[in-house]
Design a binder for this molecule. Structure first.
Ligand SMILES: Cc1ncc(COP(=O)(O)O)c(C=O)c1O
Length: 394
């Protein structure tokens, strides 16, 4: 299969050629029967674990009825899902459904740009993002992504994106042309770096005063990943625009942008053929039900505490390798002494049967399913300990 993949699929990923054939919960099995504990959730996607029975049943039921009709018609589970997302968020917003994080962020940029239009002309168009951000790989979201290395090819890019080094340097960039500030509250790809809560609250207040939109990219942080439904809830702010993807569908491709500018779009302003079809919205409704139940029953909180204390044990044991423990809830990382050691950890973990991720140059990243069992967590940390022990002993 590897040779077919190499011959026919464009070479855009540094792919590991293991062939996974089955998965359940936080356990993934390859074609040789080897089992892996998944501390990555397919990069934060399988929030309710692999092959979740309830999500599977919802999908099977839905595909036996109707899968797709187009957004030219009412899609009942889409309407129900929009209501559920808005109610869970606690904000007074409306939702547009897309298929990926980048696409949701494109929607956010369009909403901001339309809001910046005065008398038919886009007078306020500037969107400020952070240098260490990641917002996607379409042309606009690549440009919104502040990391220089992402802008090596693919130009010319759209105008109107400005990068700030950090939160405090955003203020001096705000001007009469600024329409929005777009942030991840915990920078995922940039190294699992949480932004400072008080600084964010102060920035949110200032933006509100100046009628500049606060756009929060919750593609990775959203849907209980940080313990609350949204990281925006955790940070106690009221953004104007929020984007979600990844964990929202538990494995089906669904994303959304939501905004308090409830009447911003008129028919024709924005659209998506697939966005929010029966299949994905029905699956997502089930995902949200499961996660809300787990959160209400305090199970999610207990899991977060358990995972955190296990991480702390490892961090205490290997201060020679781990410089710092970073992140929140089940979006976590270790800053590793250097990039080579980080690569070795990821490689050895894989051999040991543990799936972990890298973020940025020097961060080992953990995004376990939010429903991971105690046994799977225990086994995963045994494997991780073994890997660190091996590396620590040279
Ligand atoms: C914060 C953030 N925004 C946007 C994206 C892009 O999402 P997608 O790959 O679904 O387009 C990602 C993906 O990792 C992300 O972490």
């Amino acid at each position: 299969m590897e040779s077919i993949d190499k011959e026919y699929v464009l070479n855009s990923y540094a792919r590991n050629y293991v062939n996974f054939v089955r998965a359940k919960g936080a356990t993934v099995i390859d074609e040789s029967g080897k089992e892996y504990i998944d501390f990555s959730s397919g990069i934060g996607v399988v929030s309710v674990g692999h092959s979740n029975d309830r999500v599977n049943s919802a999908i099977c039921d839905q595909i036996s009825k109707i899968t797709h009709i187009s957004n030219l018609f009412l899609i009942e589970p889409q309407a129900r899902l929009a209501k559920k997302i808005v109610k869970l968020s606690g904000y007074d917003m409306r939702v547009f459904f897309a298929n990926s994080g980048a696409e949701a962020n494109e929607g956010a940029i369009k909403i901001a740009r339309k809001y910046g239009e005065i008398d038919g002309e886009v007078k306020r168009y500037k969107i400020i993002t952070l240098k260490n951000s990641f917002h996607g790989r379409t042309i606009s979201t690549l440009k919104a992504t502040g990391q220089d290395k992402m802008h090596n090819y693919f130009g010319p890019f759209p105008d109107g994106f400005v990068y700030a080094d950090d939160i405090s340097s955003i203020y001096s960039l705000l001007d009469d042309h600024t329409i929005g500030v777009m942030l991840e509250l915990v920078q995922g790809e940039g190294g699992v770096e949480p932004l400072d809560k008080e600084s964010i609250k102060a920035l949110a207040d200032e933006l509100k005063k100046r009628d500049i939109l606060l756009i929060v990219d919750e593609v990775q942080t959203g849907v209980y990943r940080t313990g609350e439904f949204l990281a925006s809830n955790l940070y106690e702010i009221e953004p104007d625009i929020i984007t979600l993807a990844k964990g929202l569908g538990g494995g089906v491709p669904i994303a959304c942008v939501m905004t308090n500018k409830k009447d911003i779009f008129s028919p024709g302003d924005h659209g998506s053929t697939y966005g929010g079809n029966y299949l994905v919205t029905r699956a997502s409704l089930e995902v949200l039900d499961i996660l809300k139940e787990q959160s209400d029953a305090n199970l999610l909180q207990k899991r977060i505490e358990r995972f955190s204390s296990k991480l702390q044990e490892i961090a205490n044991l290997y201060p020679n390798i781990i410089k710092k423990s970073v992140g929140v809830a089940l979006m976590r990382g270790f800053r590793i002494v250097d990039g080579d050691t980080l690569s070795k950890i990821v490689e050895l973990s894989f051999k040991e049967g543990l799936l972990v991720l890298k973020a940025g140059r020097d961060t080992l990243r953990f995004l376990p399913p939010l429903t991971i069992s105690d046994e799977e967590m225990e086994l995963g940390f045994e494997k991780l300990n073994k890997v660190f022990h091996t590396i620590s002993n040279g």
